[in-house]
Ligand binder design. Structure first.
Ligand SMILES: [Zn+2]
Length: 408
């Protein structure tokens, strides 16, 4: 019997022979085109069973990083302001990556960065401290753009109910709004950290430092979906105006072309090792890891700003069978911090753990019934080719990296 596959995922589950990742991992998509009928592009594996993210990481060893830094300096020399006005925008939360980016640009390369924050949907205590330290200890000007809370809440709720994607509204602000702000403020450069290819987008994406415009710009309002709902339906059914939605909508390619801003990945120019970036942020911007482990993984310092983040990784576990430990462990295996065997043991222990710490607070905030979320809503997003039921009638993955799944 052929099992139904949702989201256009590959019907056969394969795990990378080097890391923990499976071939069900979607490559990051253009967020504002995402609706329930979207077919996911997933990460490619080569004939040896190794994933694109592992291959991209191996390629880092062949890169002449000295040459790449020279390219960066050339770019910065071209744009560095002489009168102290902002010459680059660094979007971020003050987490380890944005802390590192802003700090090296200012203190090592003499740039005049403005930092930009699209705040978390629900700040964690440590997320707020790290944001504050970034600005106060690191020493940066910051624009925090807090969106209309009513609209934010509605779009986040719709994204959960329609596409089971609690973090989508965060991505809108992080990916779409930064270039718009830079364009409006005449800041010529925007720097993101790592290219998505590091984590499995097509490797060809890694050959450029420039961020593909289609990620953050669009031509046609009719092709845009927020929370899985078309802009027209948001206007008609949910009574939102274009003004309500404007902040969440991407810039038009025309708007961006007019302003000549360039969006770059700093990770193209400087070798990016998350653990080293973490140490750098601790030392230079007062970054603090949480003293406790994040639910769903073993890590304490990665992406800890938003209470909804924990739930986000739970939803990737349900939709793709890939939880937060799989993401964290795979990255650490690639950087030789842990072995694959250790990674497999960690997945066995923590992947897919239900994030109950902030769960009720999130449901309360979004006005979603917690029992409804845990049962009907969640089960609706399980793809039959990934999930079956065990003898106790509990859902269980058919395949996992330990090879102990229902059908392994
Ligand atoms: Zn891999």
């Amino acid at each position: 019997m052929k099992l139904v596959t949702k989201y256009g995922l590959p019907p056969n589950v394969i795990f990378c022979s080097k890391c923990l990742m499976s071939n069900q991992r979607p490559v990051s998509a253009t967020e504002f085109k995402h609706n329930i009928n979207s077919k996911k592009l997933t990460m490619a594996f080569d004939e040896k069973g190794v994933c694109d993210a592992c291959r991209a990481n191996e390629k880092k060893n062949e890169i002449d990083w000295y040459e790449r830094e020279k390219e960066l300096i050339k770019l910065l020399d071209k744009h560095r302001s002489k009168d102290g006005s902002y010459d680059c925008l660094v979007p971020g939360s003050g987490g380890k990556d944005s802390a590192y980016q802003a700090h090296v640009l200012k203190y090592k390369y003499g740039m005049n960065p403005l930092t930009y924050t699209w705040p978390p949907i629900l700040y964690t205590e440590y997320g707020y401290i790290n944001w504050k330290n970034w600005i106060e200890v690191g020493g940066f000007d910051n624009v925090t753009f807090k969106p209309n809370g009513k609209v934010m809440k509605l779009l986040t709720k719709l994204a959960i109910e329609n596409i089971y994607h609690p973090f989508q509204t965060f991505f809108f602000g992080q990916k779409n709004l930064a270039p718009k702000i830079a364009a409006q403020m005449n800041i010529p450069l925007v720097f993101y950290g790592e290219n998505e290819a590091e984590y499995g987008n097509p490797i060809a994406d890694n050959n450029t430092s420039l961020r593909e415009k289609s990620i953050f710009a669009a031509e046609n309002l009719n092709e845009i979906y927020l929370g899985g709902v078309s802009v027209r339906e948001l206007q008609e059914k949910h009574k939102l105006s274009i003004a309500d939605l404007k902040l969440f909508l991407p810039a038009t390619i025309d708007e961006l072309n007019k302003s000549n801003i360039e969006v770059h990945y700093l990770g193209y120019y400087l070798r990016w090792t998350p653990q080293e970036v973490y140490y750098y942020a601790v030392e230079n911007t007062g970054f603090k890891a949480r003293p406790f482990r994040t639910q769903g993984t073993y890590s304490k310092y990665n992406s800890i700003d938003d209470k909804i983040d924990d739930l986000h990784y739970y939803t990737t576990y349900i939709k793709f069978g890939i939880g937060r430990t799989t993401y964290d462990g795979s990255q650490e295996i690639r950087n030789n911090h842990i072995t694959r065997e250790e990674g497999v043991a960690l997945v066995n222990k923590f992947d897919g753990e239900f994030p109950d710490k902030y769960f009720n607070e999130i449901m309360d905030y979004l006005e979603i019934n917690p029992d409804y979320f845990k049962t009907i809503l969640t089960d609706n997003f399980r793809s039959p080719h990934l999930w079956g039921k065990d003898e106790n009638n509990n859902f269980k993955l058919r395949h996992n990296v330990m090879l102990t799944g229902l059908n392994d």
